[in-house]
Design a protein around this ligand. Structure first.
Ligand code: HEM
Length: 130
């Protein structure tokens, strides 16, 4: 039996667009993961800045107090980013070595990563600023 269609109906499915980042729920594992990538990208982008700062220090460049403050803040932020990246990187390595790939162990290690990072950051901050 042959059916003739007089009308062609095109259904356009509208995908939901929800870009209010403040309202998107991210599980802790996703948050730790995205922060790892973001910190890695920032560390990479900061590399030439470290080179310039190192050169300025090694060649005894005369920098104004304001510029020195900027250098200190840049290095401080770099160190905090690095401590995060290191903690999250260690999480990956431990998970690989110890074969910890379940959801609950991922959640636990994600919280541990955040905890270790906060503790290391506080210790570092106290050491350099006080
Ligand atoms: C200045 C030094 C570093 C830079 C610039 C850097 C940069 C990056 C970048 C850009 C990524 C993201 C790659 C992607 O998601 O496609 C990444 C991932 C990664 N980094 Fe680093 N990294 C540095 C140091 C370290 C250190 C010291 C560790 C060891 C603890 C480490 C462990 C990792 C691991 C395991 C990943 C993979 C994460 C994943 O698979 O989701 N990184 N790194």
């Amino acid at each position: 039996m042959q059916r003739k269609l007089n009308h062609v109906v095109i259904i356009v499915k509208k995908q939901p667009v929800f870009l209010d980042l403040t309202k998107i729920y991210l599980p802790v594992t996703a948050l730790v993961s995205i922060m790892h990538r973001v910190s890695g990208v920032f560390l990479f982008l900061l590399m030439p800045v470290w080179a310039l700062i190192t050169a300025a220090i090694v060649f005894n460049a005369q920098l104004s107090p304001l510029l020195w403050l900027l250098v200190k803040i840049t290095l401080f932020v770099s160190a905090i980013l690095y401590l995060y990246h290191l903690s999250a990187g260690a999480r990956h390595i431990v998970a690989e070595v110890a074969h910890m790939h379940t959801l609950s162990s991922s959640r636990t290690s994600a919280w541990m990563t955040l905890g270790i990072w906060v503790v290391l950051s506080i210790l570092f901050t106290l050491r350099v600023w006080l």
